[in-house]
Ligand binder design. Structure first.
Ligand code: ADP
Length: 450
């Protein structure tokens, strides 16, 4: 029996279940304590702790580690929540192992890593509180504040700072930018990032049709296209040639009623211009787009993110700190699938929940007889999703109406609302949003633009 098989078979049911469905996974944007530790096997774990009335109210974690690390972090957060801070800090390796029903000897260090990181996050809370108490003693009129919930930001001396301390290595300007972004995003209930491991797999098509479906279901929706390599939203919505309008220092999105659209493509005079932009320039534009667009109040913001797992998608995911999660788009071919595996790992490392995987271009719908034929292997994304314990949301076939509707700037969920493909898409949307598929698939009572 090889090492991996032995580890898996030796793991208790509780540990296996926590690894499959990790509890409290993800980062907290407001927290009182935080710590990140890399263990002896190079796995990194990070914990966030929020305290109320002396007790741990919320505790979350992320890890880039293996299943035992996932399980140890998960159980540690559950044990910490509800405890007095000092008691949570005292949770040790043995406590975690007992709660998990044990771990194989060779991976017990994962429980130690979880205990150490939780303890360091709790100590960070205590340190913040001590600093706040000392500050209040020095200046009783300033009011008492703790860590991430402070009214003013000591580090950047900005009395308007809503986010507490400056992030490590962050300049004053960056801190101010982040606050601006947070304040804009605070008016949006749900933020969904659409990601893919590579370009050309239909990421923008999914983003546009998801945004359109939600708009047709009566939601106020924003669609933000920051795919610097190929901003195709203007084409897919027939908005090519739109120019950017500003109001003060804000960029105004194109207003299609309950759907507001902003694309990096509106900045380009010619489609091919993006390729000549250099790295830092791209990052600057992405950041500006995220913080300067005046969306107003929205139910959903759908973000069409640059493909891959490099610096550009990384900065988008890091800047939108409280995203609901990522929707991953893959095609059935193996190259695309292995890159989606990387995307799942990428999301886990960032603490970004994976809402699910969609397999696009899965089979071909014959325009004459409406029969679906698998011209590539299909079902790979579902297998991959199962292996990686992320939800599989459904398949979209290659459909001539999607391609022709896309070229003409007409989303297929609007043009062909009654088709099989639109129904398949409606159940994907409903899985993401828990909206009734029937509502999403039915044609709108009023013709919507475009
Ligand atoms: P990405 O954003 O991943 O680069 P796009 O969404 O721009 O990909 O799609 C690339 C092209 O493929 C577009 O012309 C689009 O209309 C077409 N396309 C996407 N999905 C399908 C599909 N399921 N069937 C037919 N054409 C599709």
């Amino acid at each position: 029996m090889d090492q991996k098989t032995r580890e898996q078979s030796d793991v208790s049911e509780v540990a296996a279940e926590h690894a499959l469905n990790p509890r409290n996974y993800g980062r907290l944007s407001r927290y009182d304590g935080r710590a990140r530790i890399t263990g002896p096997c190079n796995d990194t774990m990070e914990f966030w702790v929020q305290v109320k009335d002396e007790r741990v109210e919320r505790c979350t974690y992320i890890t880039d580690g293996c299943d035992p690390s996932l399980a140890s972090g998960s159980v540690a957060t559950e044990m910490a929540i509800g405890r007095v801070l000092e008691e949570a800090a005292a949770i040790g390796k043995q406590d975690i192992l007992s709660a998990l029903g044990g771990l194989p000897l060779e991976v017990e260090h994962c429980a130690l890593l979880a205990a150490d990181t939780l303890q360091a996050a709790c100590r960070d809370c205590l340190r913040h509180r001590q600093t706040a108490v000392s500050a209040a003693e020095r200046n009783p009129l300033s009011g008492q504040s703790t860590g991430g919930d402070s009214d003013g930001c000591e580090s950047c001396s900005n009395t308007q700072c809503q986010t507490g301390d400056r992030h490590q290595g962050e300049s004053q300007v960056e801190c101010a930018d982040r606050q601006k972004l947070l304040s804009r995003l605070s008016r949006i209930d749900h933020k969904i990032l659409v990601l893919s491991g590579k370009g050309g797999v239909g990421k923008s098509t999914v983003a546009v049709n998801l945004a359109f479906s939600l708009m047709l279901a009566g939601k106020r929706v924003g669609l933000l296209d920051v795919d610097i390599h190929g901003p195709s939203v203007p084409i897919l919505l027939n908005l090519e040639g739109e120019t950017l309008l500003t109001e003060g220092d804000a960029l105004l999105p194109v207003d299609l009623g309950d759907l507001k659209v902003m694309s990096i493509g509106f900045l380009l005079k010619r489609r091919e211009e993006a390729v000549i932009w250099r790295g830092p320039m791209k990052m600057g534009v992405i950041k500006q787009f995220l913080k300067d667009v005046e969306w107003g109040d929205l139910d959903y913001l759908i973000v069409d993110t640059p493909p891959g797992t490099g610096d550009e998608p990384l900065s988008v995911c890091q800047l939108i700190e409280d995203a609901d999660g990522a929707l991953l788009v893959a095609t059935p071919q193996e190259v695309a699938l292995s890159s989606v595996r990387k995307s799942v790992t990428f999301c886990r490392q960032l603490g970004l929940p994976v809402l699910g995987v969609v397999e696009n271009m899965s089979g071909f719908v014959c325009p004459h007889c409406n029969q679906t034929t698998d011209i590539f292997l299909s079902g790979g994304a579902e297998r991959m999703a199962r292996e990686m314990s992320v939800p599989f949301l459904g398949r979209i076939p290659i459909d001539a109406h999607i391609a022709s509707g896309g070229d003409a700037g007409r989303p297929f969920v609007h043009e062909d609302a009654a088709s099989e493909t639109s129904r398949a898409f409606a159940s994907i949307v409903s899985a993401i949003t828990a909206v009734e598929p029937a509502t999403l698939a039915s044609p709108p009572s009023q013709p919507a633009k475009p």
